[in-house]
Write a protein that binds this ligand. Structure first.
Ligand SMILES: C[S@@+](CC[C@H](N)C(=O)[O-])C[C@H]1O[C@@H](n2cnc3c(N)ncnc32)[C@H](O)[C@@H]1O
Length: 324
């Protein structure tokens, strides 16, 4: 029993270490410029952000006046299990509040930022963090991937606007897919392919071949399948996906257990097919809710994974062209 719990702790420790990577300012800027109008007079909360390393805090404090923010809050998580993994310099969780530049130099000076201690460890699920969440209009951060489901559920429960980073594969989680299907969650604008570079702490377990150390000794990893997830609208979301192929039964066979054609590449969706169509999850990168309806995910009529000629393709989303 004791052994099992120490294994669980060790596993948790590993996961925690792996969650410790920091978003680059350029990635934040590239996404945030599509939402400027959403931020006027709003309280922004970054709830997984140590302000000393978080570029989210940096971005919002330096762009406070430009965006017309009302308040910026950041909470910093400090895992109390310090002997198992200690990536943080300080062992006390704090939160910060910034209400804009006071001395006219357009820069968030240290004395303008209110630093307050937290009783607990700054976990986004703690009552203290929830009280701060309640004050917020918009939550923007890169939360721990290992808690993504719980993290999104909390944002929905408290009815918040949000813009967060996650992994493409989380769309395959039941609860997340449900939100996407009901148009309560969609991908952001700027990341739709490839991988992204994140800075990591000194002791990050570097296993990936895709890691780098810069001339100053900072470590970076490249992470695949990163996406922004949001419930804030932006104009480009309503651009139609341009289609050019026509339907033929030979090129587009149907599933054995569902009345839909299978399409392996989003760009090959036939322009003229009226019925249900199975597409890869990367279709969501091009999804315009006025052009397509999302019908369901993954399963056929028998509630088993979609099968075509006896074989299951990787996850498929069933869609329907609304304009036909
Ligand atoms: C992927 S990192 C991103 C950090 C920062 N938001 C950024 O983008 O640079 C996720 C962060 O969440 C923190 N974290 C892990 N578990 C947490 C929890 N339960 N509550 C709040 N923050 C947590 C980690 O310490 C880590 O710094």
């Amino acid at each position: 029993m004791a052994k099992q719990s120490s294994n669980t702790n060790l596993h948790k420790a590993k996961n925690n270490k792996k969650d410790e990577f920091y978003t680059q300012l350029s990635d934040i800027e590239n996404e945030l410029r599509h939402y400027k109008d959403h931020f006027k007079n709003k309280v922004v909360y970054c709830n997984c952000d140590d302000p000393r390393v978080s570029n989210f805090f940096h971005y919002f404090s330096y762009n406070f006046e430009y965006l017309g923010l009302k308040k910026l809050i950041a909470t910093c998580y400090k895992n109390q299990d310090a002997d198992l993994f200690s990536t943080n310099v300080s062992d006390k969780a704090v939160y910060l509040e910034y209400t804009g530049d006071k001395n006219g130099n357009s820069v968030p000076d240290a004395h303008e930022i209110g630093v307050k201690p937290l009783e607990g460890d700054g976990d986004f699920r703690s009552q203290e963090s929830i009280e701060l969440l309640k004050q917020a209009d918009i939550v923007v951060t890169n939360p721990p991937f290992s808690l993504f489901r719980e993290y999104v559920a909390q944002l929905i429960e408290y009815d918040k606007k949000f813009l967060i980073i996650g992994n493409l594969n989380s769309v395959t989680y039941k609860d997340i897919f449900k939100l996407i299907k009901s148009n309560k969650l969609w991908f952001g604008h700027s990341i739709h392919s490839g991988d992204r570079e994140f800075r990591v702490p000194e002791d990050y377990p570097l296993t990936a071949a895709s890691s780098r150390i810069d001339e100053k000794g900072n470590k970076f990893i490249r992470v695949k399948g990163v996406r922004w997830f949001t419930n804030m609208d932006y104009t480009e979301r309503y651009e139609d996906l341009i289609l050019h192929k026509e339907y033929t039964p030979e090129e587009y066979p149907k599933y054995d257990n569902y009345n839909a054609i299978n399409v392996d590449k989003t760009k090959d969706i036939p322009i003229d097919y009226v019925g249900h169509i199975g597409v890869p999850i990367t279709f969501l990168d091009k999804y315009n809710p006025e052009q397509f309806e999302i019908v369901k995910f993954r399963k056929g009529d028998d509630d088993k994974d979609l099968v075509i000629n006896g074989k299951s393709p990787y996850f498929r989303i069933i869609i329907k062209n609304k304009k036909l």
